[in-house]
Design a protein around this ligand. Sequence first.
Ligand code: BG6
Length: 497
Amino acid sequence: MGHLNKQFPNGFLWGGAVAANQLEGAWLEDGKQPNVTDVMVGITTKPDLKWNESTQKWEMALNPDKKYLSHDAIDFYHRYKDDLSLMAGMGFNAFRTSIAWGRIFPNGNETEPNEAGLKYYEDLFDTMIKLGMEPVITLSHYETPLYLLTEYGGWVSRELIPLWMRYVETVFNRYKHQVKYWMTFNEVNNLFLMPFAAGGCLDIDPIDTNEPTKGLTQKEKYQALHNICVANAMTVKLGHETNPDFQIGCMFSLSSVATYPYSSRPEDVLGALDYKRSRLLFGDVNCLGEYPGYVKRIWDEQDCGPEILDGELDLLKTYTVDYLAFSYYRSAVYKSGVTMKVDTGGSVGFDNPYLDKATPAPWSWPIDPVGIRITCNELHDRYHLPLMIAENGIGLRETLDENGQIIDPERIQYIEDHLKQVHEAILDGCNVIGYLYWGPIDVVSAGTGEMEKRYGFVYVDRDNEGNGTLTRTIKNSYYRYKEIIETNGACLFNQNK
Ligand code: BG6
């Protein structure tokens, strides 16, 4: 019995993950301009834009009846020092957040960066490092500057590639001594189902009959995929040239790797395989460096292949990622004839009768810890790359009890059950390098835009109406996660606990 039977590997990254647009607030401060999520309340909803006849362009049209909680979020922008101290109090040695692209290049197409934005992240990373946390930085977490969509159409346009590279070069150079772990595009494999927020593409159904349809064709979506994959490869290349120690990863929503066939009917098994491939396509390109046969067949049969320029396939082949980061929240079941849907938690298909727990209504995400072990193993077998669990967590509805406390055994159970399965995956031979719990402090939900879906070990006093003092209160699970980290996971295997 090796030492790993009782704990996690040495140097394992323990921490949490958040995204600028869900916690910083200060949405127009210090020069920042709106990004895609600033015009939405939940990323599966329609963006609040209107067609301007005179300019023949789409423009922001916020709805006065809606609460855009992300605009102020939890005010991390001004409170990050205290918040990071709370994270350090759990013993985090890693903290994942994103750079809001629009703080650096407000509209995305300026030639000079915004120094106020650069300085903000420099101070933020410095604070993390001083507190003993490795910054794990996402370059784009649903944060494409809105202007790049209204002006260029977003990633459907090749023009975004050099604009992206200007941004990447700027932050790589500025933070090359502070940041080692980078992630390119958060959950960009949601592009096909959430093109606006996840894919950074102008994809709008007509809101009234006077407005033009801007819904993307399949061909345009594949063009966006290709442009993003080229940008990803160029980012890996530039990263390694900037600092050979950089670790550049891609990041996908991969709960759907744990998509189980409903039955042994060949149609269910083949359908599940096909479905998983649709979710793994980006990964196949970013990790293996080429377009797989199954997508070439679609391009061929449906005449929807992207334009690929000379040299781009070589670029994809040469500059594959150093590691694969992914989110896992729940599994799904594929049943022939049932349409699979996607939200921020992953895939939603047929209900799994073998899972008896779920997160509370209305979210009701099934809870399946074994799914994370299956996911790690399948990803390891396919890509043979280090794996970083960039998101895993449970959203609950919570209020302070009469003693001013939050006792959250469901969260403790969720983490323990998932971590035990991650540990099994490591014993299976998977090279899992870190576990970053999603939302270690309550943030605005990406899927629904609300505050009251709380993931945190730290409670933030703000409700769905935007009311509250923003006071932070430590929940009970904080102490358990601290203990898990302190013992490098060993306490999970102590039967007395
Ligand atoms: C992931 C996203 O899909 O899921 C996060 O990367 C998001 O941004 C997380 O917050 C949880 O989803 P939700 O909708 O509960 O916030």
